[in-house]
Write a protein that binds this ligand. Structure first.
Ligand code: HEC
Ligand SMILES: [Cu+2]
Length: 349
């Protein structure tokens, strides 16, 4: 290649790495805005590790750039003017050794600093710095989440499902268990993963810095509907959380006469699997449906909690979530019975 040809090609090649950074930046900012992204996090059980991840990435990128630069410099600078003959030996000046010393001197403190950073970040997320505000037991089921809100003071514990409510800005203790196979609790914006193991109690904690909704997901393959075992965490301000707690700690009150037929059908056909606190329905195989009408979604957060979806679910859940452990109920609820049950379920605010 002649000198002039190389000169013409140079500006373009020099811009190439820059061109790559534009889509990369777009990718990173786009990804970190998505609900399942851990590229930016929003709670002290996750932030120290996120920061460390970015820090290590920056150090690794800088190292790659520096080494590549030095390598390029060495190749260009010390390029032999002509290729050596086969029998000639290449000669190298003794001063190359100083680069080994420089490299060791620079990398040792950097690596040591990274080790210290890692220990500090791990220590920061292992336990909250302040006492936890409350304890919630999270029990994994194929393919939904049981939530037991424990209240040791007022003896007002109650059970919910799939939608975790916590106060924002305070740490919450989580006790993780499983009713069947191994699942894994993961809300990427708020914490790392922790398994739910049958016969074992795993403890972790979580804190949402801001009010808002955070999506989570079972992170350990647990069967056909593993991917649709979705969790939603709602972080409220203290007053809203208090109001939510007080409402949900109450058993379901008397229902209006208009839905009493639906209630009776529910007790007959659904009560063996579902509990509604304050009624005869005490089943444990499915999610607790007390106050289910106030949940944002159904089917472990895969369908909106709207009349159409709810009706479809009750009639034929296995079509909406194949292999689900709730049978199609349409045959048992002929005529207006399905609508009556639907009205009752929608009355459970
Ligand atoms: C054999 C047990 C069984 C019976 C009977 C049953 N269900 Fe279910 N139900 C389940 C299970 C298990 C789930 C959780 C499915 C999942 O998300 O994977 C569920 C989920 C639900 C949900 C969604 C709850 C949520 O928060 O996602 C509703 C609503 C529901 N059932 C209503 C009913 C009604 C109404 C009946 C009676 C007509 C009924 N079920 C009968 C086992 C049952
Ligand atoms: Cu799973």
């Amino acid at each position: 290649m002649s000198r002039s040809q190389r000169g013409a090609a140079e500006p373009v090649t020099r811009l190439m790495p820059l061109a790559g950074t534009v889509p990369l930046a777009a990718l990173v900012s786009g990804c970190s805005a998505s609900p399942m992204s851990y590229l930016s996090t929003e709670g002290p059980a996750a932030d120290p590790v996120t920061l460390m991840g970015w820090g290590f990435t920056a150090i690794a990128a800088a190292t790659t750039l520096i080494i590549s630069g030095l390598l390029l410099w060495a190749v260009v600078r010390h390029r032999p003017l002509r290729l050596p003959e086969a029998r000639e030996t290449m000669e190298r000046g003794g001063n190359g050794l100083k680069w080994i010393y420089v490299g060791t001197l620079v990398s040792t403190p950097v690596l040591f600093g990274m080790a210290v950073w890692m220990v500090a970040a791990t220590a920061a997320v292992i336990a909250p710095g302040r006492p936890t505000a409350l304890t919630i037991q999270v029990i994994g089921h194929q393919w939904w989440w049981e939530l037991r809100y424990l209240d040791h003071q007022k003896n007002q514990s109650f059970i919910g499902a799939n939608e975790i409510h916590v106060p924002a800005g305070v740490p919450v203790k989580l006790e993780l268990m499983s009713a069947d196979v191994i699942h894994s609790f993961w809300i990427p914006k708020l914490s790392g993963k922790m398994d739910l193991v049958p016969g074992q109690l795993n403890e972790t904690w979580i804190e949402a810095s801001h009010e808002g909704e955070y999506r989570g997901q079972c992170a350990e393959f647990c069967g056909a509907q593993h991917a649709n075992m979705v969790l939603l965490l709602v972080a409220d301000n203290a007053a809203a959380f208090e109001a939510w707690w007080n409402a949900h700690a109450q058993p379901q009150g008397q229902v209006a006469d208009a839905v009493s037929h639906g209630r009776d059908l529910f007790m007959k056909h659904c009560g063996e699997c579902h509990t509604v606190d304050g009624t005869a329905a005490k089943g444990k195989d499915g999610p607790n449906l007390t106050h289910v009408a106030s949940r944002r979604k159904i089917g472990a957060n895969i369908y909106p909690n709207k009349r159409g979806h709810l009706g479809g679910w009750i009639a034929d859940a296995p079509t909406m979530k194949p292999r689900v452990r709730m049978p199609a109920m349409a045959e048992k609820l002929p005529g207006g019975d399905l609508i009556a049950v639907l009205d009752y379920v929608q009355s459970l605010h």
